[in-house]
Ligand binder design. Structure first.
Ligand code: C2E
Ligand code: CA
Ligand code: CA
Ligand code: CA
Length: 279
């Protein structure tokens, strides 16, 4: 992400600036990555500020290609979307995330939540709702333990189609989060039309919290607005204690970021939850 001008924030993805042959090369290897089991999920905890306890995790995909090495999702997700491979990758992510969180909840006896990033390409598929319900059913995970993270890009696609799907899923108890909030092009009036439960404020605003009055006002306003709308507000990319203190004072609900933990593999989740089980 890059800051442009004074009060505008623009987000770029790495593949946008990639030479054509590099994109083609990634796409070629992506095609075989699924069947060769090259993907893994890492999990980053979300902490409830009020209690200081982990309430859930965001699932983040990792790709270790035997040819290309570790490739960041910032480099391959857009390519997976353009080639529509994201449909299969995204379905795998959803199933894997639900299965893993069910096993954690069984083990701990607690209802930890899992947040899964959903591409607009997935959401536009006719069988999207079915796949989500199926992932829950097959895993046995409680619907209110699943949160789908969507971005403001849904405002640019067939809005009615996607919103009715999200409304249906929400009516089944599944939570919907609006990710990267504040970086897209949606107007605030659209917010009311979305069946969301959570607002995730983008890292870009958290980054500049300490030095920029503009970001402070933005963050405080979003928290107030979100609460007035009955939404939970999450801050992402929280890296230091000053940011956390400001967010706590501003009544933000949850934080996620390197200050708490980087995304960790499965065994890391169990290690992170171990100390809180003794309380
Ligand atoms: P995102 O959904 O906004 O996820 C947050 C990103 O910020 C993650 O990067 C996470 O590792 C990183 N992050 C978290 N806390 C901090 C922090 O304190 N400081 C810094 N500098 N970074 C932090 P990651 O894992 O590289 O993912 C990048 C993006 O790729 C995600 O952004 C999301 O848009 C996409 N992505 C990742 N996994 C999936 C997936 O399974 N499906 C889809 N469709 N997209 C995914
Ligand atoms: Ca996300
Ligand atoms: Ca985000
Ligand atoms: Ca982001």
């Amino acid at each position: 992400a890059k800051e442009e001008g004074k009060n505008t924030f623009v987000v770029y993805d790495k593949s946008m600036h990639m030479p054509f042959n590099e994109r083609m090369n990634i796409e070629k290897h992506l095609r075989s990555a699924m069947i060769n089991n090259e993907f893994q999920l890492h999990y980053q905890p979300q902490v409830e500020i009020r209690t200081g306890l982990i309430s859930g995790f965001e699932a983040l995909i990792r790709w270790n290609s035997p040819v290309l090495g570790f490739v960041s999702p910032l480099s391959f997700i857009k390519i997976a979307e353009d080639s529509r491979l994201i449909i299969y990758i995204g379905e795998w992510v959803l199933r894997e995330a639900c299965n893993f969180m069910k096993s954690i909840n069984d083990r701990t006896g607690l209802p930890y939540k899992i947040s899964v990033n959903i591409s607009i390409i997935q959401l536009l598929q006719d069988d999207f709702v079915e796949i989500v319900l199926d992932s829950l059913k097959e895993s046995g995970l409680a619907p209110n333990c699943l949160e789908l993270e969507i971005t403001e890009s849904i405002f640019m696609e067939s809005f009615e189609n996607t919103v009715s799907k999200l409304e249906f899923l929400k009516s089944r108890g599944i939570r919907i989060a609006l990710d990267d909030f504040g970086t897209g092009y949606s107007s605030l009036s659209y917010l009311q039309q979305l069946p969301i439960s959570t607002l995730k404020m983008d890292k870009i605003f958290i980054d500049s919290l300490v030095e920029k009055a503009y970001s402070q006002s933005f963050v405080q306003t979003i928290i107030i607005l979100g609460h007035k709308m009955g939404l939970e507000v999450v801050a992402e990319g929280v890296e230091d204690a000053d940011q956390l203190a400001f967010l706590k004072e501003s009544d933000c609900d949850k934080v996620q970021g390197y200050l708490i933990s980087r995304p960790v593999p499965q065994h890391g989740v169990i290690e992170l939850l171990e100390p809180q089980r003794r309380h």
